[in-house]
Design a binder for this molecule. Structure first.
Ligand SMILES: [Zn+2]
Length: 476
């Protein structure tokens, strides 16, 4: 079976054998073929056909290098290995995307050699957690050119609706990794840019020009940098756009300006006022039940002595939470999730007291809100603990302000939401935090002016006591 794209020699010993939508290249070395990306399971026959057209046989393929684990790049690798006997190399962090076990995991800086050809492999995460980019020399008319393939330059997989999918669960920090990858790839000199997809290096148009131009159109030392610039701008545009389209208006302890805070009354009112997120606080009762309550002491909102941990749930049920003549009782986290988990809203659950991590993780998964929930705390250690229990959960660090060492601590702990006081938010800082991959959600938005300035600065969400005014501002 033939594919939709004729196989051809790009330059030196590099050939294109893929289809328009699914790229596959081979380097013809003195000891067989190195294949770069395998295309999908649906293009295996087309690739074998193209190899045959060029005079290669399947058993010539000795090595299959995979840029990343997405099905259009790696989906055919398992089948091609069966047919060719080649060995598969890929990044270990992409194992979750593929249905086979590779023969080797790549490490940053690996040089994969076969015969007279060496491919340098750079770890360039972002598009996926385990993306690798490949560089090698091509000799054309006695001149040596450096060829390079960016293993994953598409930004669509770094959009929030994709990253939050239950089958994906990609950390927002991958956006930071993506920008770091771009910085690193800028240091590579590339004369011939190889497309990870045919449209990335304008392959079709170059192919047409190839036969009537004396110069090989694939040789263009300016193209690499242009592609990196375009890729960076596209990612920045996605983040800017999503700060509006995916913005989350969190009702702080529910609509706590007008209702008894952290009660079902306040949560329902928050949603009624236009919030598309609810922020609440969890503490453990004496008998180990997670309930929603903010203060260390019961006094301010219930008038009772002591604190949550001094009482059993049954005892706490007798107390009332008061606000302007309205009363409600202290709800459990489970009651809250039972009432709201099915709604199209995001949850910010703050670990207030000690020892709530396991109970929160269990309930978040039991009610299926793990992909639309961020667990937060002022205490980084609590976030480390919940990540150890449930590594797939998003976490956010609440802090007055963030120094560079704080950002590094968050990256190391995998904490991907940064929650500063609203007064410390500026457009420049939001841009810097976004470039590191953090989702930015300010708190202590005490008045309309702070709300407006934070929103204009491009934050991704906000915690407010007055969701109606924020909804009016965002038009959502
Ligand atoms: Zn991909």
């Amino acid at each position: 079976m033939l594919g939709d794209t004729a196989p051809f020699r790009i330059a030196g010993n590099l050939y294109f054998v893929g289809t328009h939508a699914k790229s596959c290249h081979v380097l013809a070395t003195s000891r067989g073929l190195i294949m770069i990306d395998s295309g999908g399971i649906d293009t295996v026959d087309a690739i074998l056909g193209s190899l045959g057209t060029l005079g290669f046989s399947p058993s010539d393929v000795k090595i299959i290098l995979l840029s990343h684990g997405h099905p259009d790049h790696a989906g055919g690798a398992g089948r091609l290995r069966e047919i060719t006997g080649a060995e598969i190399y890929m990044g270990e962090d992409d194992l979750k995307y593929v249905g086979f076990v590779p023969d080797h995991f790549l490490s940053d800086g690996d040089e994969i050699a076969l015969g007279d050809t060496v491919v340098s492999c750079l770890f360039t995460p972002g598009h996926t957690e385990g993306t690798f980019s490949f560089f090698f020399n091509l000799v054309e008319n006695g001149m040596t050119y450096r060829a390079g393939m960016f293993g994953g330059s598409g930004g669509n997989q770094l959009k929030k609706p994709y990253m939050n999918r239950p089958d994906r669960r990609v950390s927002y920090l991958m956006r930071g990794a993506f920008f770091k990858t771009l910085d690193r790839l800028e240091e590579e000199h590339v004369d011939i840019m190889i497309g990870n997809h045919t449209w990335q290096n304008d392959q079709d148009r170059k192919y047409e020009r190839m036969f009537d131009s004396p110069e090989n159109p694939f040789i263009d030392p300016t193209e690499w940098q242009k592609h990196l610039d375009k890729t960076r701008e596209a990612m920045q545009a996605i983040i800017r756009e999503e700060s509006k389209t995916e913005f989350v208006n969190y009702a702080h302890r529910g609509a706590s300006e007008t209702r008894p805070e952290n009660t079902m009354t306040a949560f329902y009112e928050g949603v009624a006022l236009g919030a598309n997120g609810i922020e609440t606080d969890v503490q453990m009762t004496l008998d180990g039940v997670p309930v929603l309550f903010h203060d260390d002491a019961l006094l301010r909102v219930t008038g009772e002595p002591g604190s949550i941990g001094d009482y059993t749930l049954a005892e706490l049920r007798k107390f009332t939470v008061k606000k302007d003549g309205m009363v409600d009782r202290i709800p459990t986290l489970e009651e809250f999730l039972a009432a709201f988990s099915w709604r199209d809203i995001t949850f910010a659950i703050e670990l207030k007291g000690e020892g709530a991590e396991q109970a929160v993780a269990d309930l978040v998964y039991r009610y299926g809100v793990d992909c639309k929930c961020v667990v937060t705390s002022f205490v980084l250690e609590r976030l480390r603990r919940i990540r150890a229990i449930a590594p797939g959960l998003r976490t956010g660090w609440l802090k007055k302000d963030f120094a560079d060492e704080d950002l590094r601590a968050m990256e190391a702990a995998g904490v991907d939401e940064l929650c500063p006081r609203a007064e410390n938010v500026t457009p420049e800082r939001v841009e810097e935090w976004h470039a590191r991959g953090f989702n930015v959600r300010p708190w202590a938005v005490t008045d309309d002016e702070l709300m407006r300035s934070a929103y204009a600065a491009g934050v991704d969400g906000m915690t407010v006591n007055f969701p109606d005014r924020l909804a009016a501002l965002t038009g959502k």
